[in-house]
Design a protein around this ligand. Structure first.
Ligand code: HEC
Length: 135
């Protein structure tokens, strides 16, 4: 499942194109994979209502639960209602794909955490995922 999410993020939805910082040659900095980035090209366009800062996705955005992220990728709708500013695409993914990406993004966090955090989040996401799957 996590592998499928990784594939979708890396090869299909290309989240990293916007959410990973780039070096001066415009190559993604892999040490900072999905840690959030400023989109210089958006600033150059200076479109009103576009956002040039793509947030960090490692371990899901601050305060987001697994179900929030799944809903967001399925509907484009934010946890508190409303939509994200462009150029973030309002994805309409299948439940399976949305869940796979969510689990993959959560799994990225484990590397940076202490042992206790790791255990806690593993149990927690395990429980929540099975609930999501039954729907
Ligand atoms: C074309 C560039 C682009 C791509 C591709 C992209 N994003 Fe984003 N994303 C953004 C920008 C810019 C923002 C910030 C928007 C804002 O500040 O309102 C954002 C915001 C987000 C947010 C926070 C939403 C909010 O309003 O709090 C999440 C979660 C997110 N992206 C997940 C993803 C995932 C997962 C993928 C791949 C499946 C992805 N993004 C692909 C540009 C992109």
């Amino acid at each position: 499942m996590i592998q499928h999410g990784k594939y979708l993020v890396e090869a299909v939805a290309l989240c990293g194109d916007c959410h990973t910082p780039k070096d001066s040659q415009n190559r993604p900095i892999m040490d900072k994979w999905l840690q959030g980035a400023t989109l210089a090209w958006v600033n150059q366009l200076s479109y009103k209502d576009w956002s040039s800062h793509a947030v960090s996705l490692v371990g899901l955005p601050e305060g987001w639960k697994e179900a929030d992220m799944v809903q967001y990728l399925e509907t484009g709708m934010l946890p508190n209602g409303g939509y994200t500013k462009p150029p973030m695409p309002p994805y309409r993914m299948s439940h399976k794909d949305a869940l796979a990406i969510t689990l993959y993004l959560e799994s990225l966090k484990d590397g940076n955490n202490s042992e206790t955090d790791k255990k806690e989040s593993a149990t927690k996401s395990g429980e929540e995922s099975s609930t999501l799957f039954d729907k």
